[in-house]
Design a protein around this ligand. Structure first.
Ligand code: ZN
Ligand code: ZN
Length: 435
């Protein structure tokens, strides 16, 4: 069995892999890497005819964003994923098609029509319901705990290969942690936080409530840039819970971009959420998704958002585009305001530059002075180093670990720790590895 690496090697973004043995092929994820310049997976032309099945682990564009391009080229693969993955993908791809500006510069575009075709190609799959791919691989999905409907993929051919996609071992406010103790020969694992530990829920709560109170008291506004799907919902649930319990003062929380749509889809796919959330909604009238704290700006100039101290949760998560940029430009020059990064900031993004202390950043061609306070409080849908190691050690029969979806430091650190007990492979872009 071979693994072909088209993206996601020593980088976070454009995950795309092909498993291959004796005339059989199956693609795992098919994403793009969004940054100042979008990067695409490098799929050799000769592979086109072999792309019959693509399993997408979850809706994030670094796992799904290239599917419309393949469809546009005339390929007709079946795309396998869970129902929430399909629903959330439809939202994210539609948004991405609209944002086509970035892509157009490189001659790459696709239309809403191509997005519709992607959705038509979808085959909805449930966790723990094995199915056979067109070429005859046995495939099974397991909960990954990362975002709603996110899956790990087990592919069984000559070898049993588990591909994690993005995983959260501990789970989140909304989701149970990923499945553990599975049996496989080879593991292909994300390494996003391979060299870091994630803070405990308690530490996060303490820091977040402190930072929010400080700014609200000073009469400032708080901007939380967020992914449309996943962290956006987690952050809103967290803020709602804090406000309800009195841990932070009651304030309007403005929800911008696609985060609200993400909330609706979550509400429609409650079967994939934690028991606790389901019960709260089903057993009482207490629905955190319909909290009165959540608002959308009423005025086009958004002046209403700034009438009194407020919290703004807006896309995009790494400040690569979206309404968060308008807020950033408006809020950055005032030291009373604060930006709180709660998600991963990839290299080369505006978010990363600000986090690394840039004195000014460019927004829509204008330089904006960064006078607002900058904080980073991670709530992650990923896993910290020791959680990843714990996950690996729980797998039965495991011999090889392929580390992907991480930057050099994260991968190196995991490689050092896992290398004692397993054969660890760190692939490069374009490599074909024997498993
Ligand atoms: Zn993800
Ligand atoms: Zn990812």
């Amino acid at each position: 069995m071979e693994l072909h690496v088209y993206g996601g090697a020593r980088e976070v973004g454009r995950n795309c892999f092909m498993l291959h043995e004796k005339g059989k092929y199956i693609m795992l994820d098919c994403g793009v890497k969004l940054g100042e310049q979008t990067e695409y997976p490098e799929i050799p032309d000769r592979m086109g005819k072999h792309i019959r099945d693509i399993v997408v682990t979850h809706a994030h564009l670094d796992h799904t964003g290239y599917t419309p391009y393949l469809i546009k080229e005339g390929l007709t693969p079946h795309i396998h994923g869970t129902k929430p993955t399909k629903d959330l993908t439809s939202v994210l791809l539609a948004d991405y098609a609209r944002l086509g500006k970035i892509a157009k510069r490189r001659g790459h575009t696709f239309s809403q029509g191509d997005v519709e075709k992607v959705l038509d190609s979808f085959r909805e799959r449930e966790f723990r319901q094995p199915f056979r791919s067109g070429h005859g691989f046995n495939v099974e999905l397991f909960n990954a705990g990362h975002i709603l409907g996110s899956a790990m993929v087990m592919v069984e051919g000559e070898k049993k290969v588990l591909y994690t996609g993005d995983i959260s071992v501990r789970g989140t406010k909304l989701l149970d942690g990923c499945e553990r103790d599975l049996k496989c020969d080879t593991l292909i694992m994300e390494s996003t936080y391979g060299n870091e530990e994630l803070p405990s829920v308690k530490e996060t709560m303490k820091k977040l409530t402190h930072e929010i109170k400080e700014t609200l008291r000073a009469g400032g506004h708080i901007l939380i840039p967020s992914f449309a799907v996943g962290r956006g919902q987690e952050i809103l649930l967290l803020l709602e819970a804090y406000m309800r319990s009195g841990a932070i003062p009651e304030t309007k929380i403005y929800v911008e971009g696609m985060i609200g749509t993400g909330m609706k889809i979550t509400r429609q796919n409650l079967g994939y959420a934690k028991e606790e959330i389901k019960n709260r909604i089903l057993m009482s009238d207490d629905d955190p998704f319909k909290s009165p704290y959540f608002r959308t700006p009423k005025r086009k100039d958004k002046d209403d958002v700034f009438e009194e101290p407020s919290i703004i949760v807006s896309t995009s998560g790494m400040l690569t585009g979206g309404p968060a940029l308008g807020y950033l430009a408006r809020m950055a020059p005032d030291p009373k305001n604060k930006i709180i990064f709660m998600g991963y900031q990839a290299e080369g993004t505006r978010g990363r530059k600000i986090l690394e202390g840039a004195k000014e950043v460019e927004v829509d061609g204008e330089m904006v002075k960064m006078k607002m306070k900058i904080e980073e409080i991670r709530i992650s849908g990923h896993s910290g180093k020791s959680e990843l190691i714990q996950f690996v050690k729980g797998l039965k029969g495991l011999k090889k670990v392929v580390l992907i979806h991480g930057e050099d430091e994260g991968i190196k650190s995991l490689q050092d720790s896992l290398g004692k007990s397993y054969e660890v492979i760190v692939p490069s872009l374009g490599e074909e590895i024997r498993l």
